[in-house]
Write a protein of this length. Structure first.
Length: 282
């Protein structure tokens, strides 16, 4: 017996016994029957009192037939004749156990998920399905296998949100007739064989190396184009080469350990040598 029912039982019992003792003082046989009757009346009334929480509804079955749906508050249920079934209307969380599924490209994967749903029609959830929580779990598992089985591994890894939405739509259509509303279905873990993980890791590494090589080649190409343009500019301007040489020497800095070798044009050397010979001959 719950604490509230027990409290009602004590209060009713005390009131009933007080009345019974008063009757006992007037008529002992009648008072004795009143004492026994007060006990059973207090017990029946306390059992009949039901406290319905804000997030609950109770289904009343009278002699096995659906009689009423009671809202939150203090409710009376006639013992023996009526039976109360409490239904939680909050969002419920249901785990989809991990199971092995074969994808469309014949890759075995282990996958699990979670379902968020709530009861919107308590009478239908109780009368149309034996155990709506178990039914939701089994249907979600079957739908998960069907959807994953029609997709490749690449689609499974890249479109998890889309897969969850597709499973949600299918489950919601079936559970709507059970008085349930699916809020969301999420794919949690996708586990693959270790060998396949290693292959995918090598593939990803090769893809990164490919992108790095392409990027380096594009950079080399742009550098070659720029050098070609610079060479053409220097060829058109005779002083450009000397200016570039001076800039290079200036960039070496004043460090004593640096050794600078300046290459002079061959024509200049020949001109100096010819001038020296002509001067000696004269």
């Amino acid at each position: 017996m719950k604490a509230v029912n027990f409290l009602f039982f004590i209060i009713l019992l005390v009131i009933g016994q007080a009345i019974a003792l008063f009757l006992y003082a007037l008529n002992k046989p009648l008072g004795f029957l009143a004492i026994i009757g007060a006990f059973f009346v207090a017990l029946l009334i306390s059992i009949a009192i039901k406290i319905v929480d804000q997030w609950e509804r109770i289904i009343i079955l009278r002699l096995g037939k659906l009689s009423a749906i009671k809202d939150p508050g203090v409710r009376l249920v006639i013992p023996v004749i009526e039976r109360a079934i409490f239904v939680d209307t909050r969002i419920l969380t249901l785990d989809i156990p991990k199971q092995q599924v074969i994808t469309k490209d014949n890759v075995p994967v282990s996958i699990n998920g979670v379902v968020y749903f709530r009861v919107v029609q308590p009478a239908e959830a109780i009368t149309k399905v034996q155990n709506f929580t178990f039914a939701m779990s089994q249907y979600a598992q079957a739908t998960l296998r069907d959807v994953i089985g029609g997709m490749t591994l690449d689609q499974l890894l890249a479109e998890r949100e889309k897969i969850g939405k597709e499973i949600e739509d299918l489950v919601e259509k079936a559970s709507e007739s059970w008085g349930l509303e699916v809020s969301n279905i999420k794919i949690q873990d996708i586990d693959m064989p270790e060998e396949l993980k290693k292959m995918m890791s090598r593939q990803a590494s090769a893809e990164r190396e490919k992108r790095a090589t392409i990027t380096k080649a594009e950079g080399d190409k742009e550098a070659a184009v720029n050098l070609s343009a610079a060479a053409a500019t220097m060829a058109q301007s005779p002083g450009a080469m000397q200016l570039r040489t001076l800039q290079t020497i200036d960039g070496l800095g004043p460090t004593a350990s640096n050794t600078v070798v300046i290459a002079l044009p061959l024509e200049l050397m020949e001109a100096v040598e010819a001038y020296t010979k002509a001067k000696k001959a004269s």
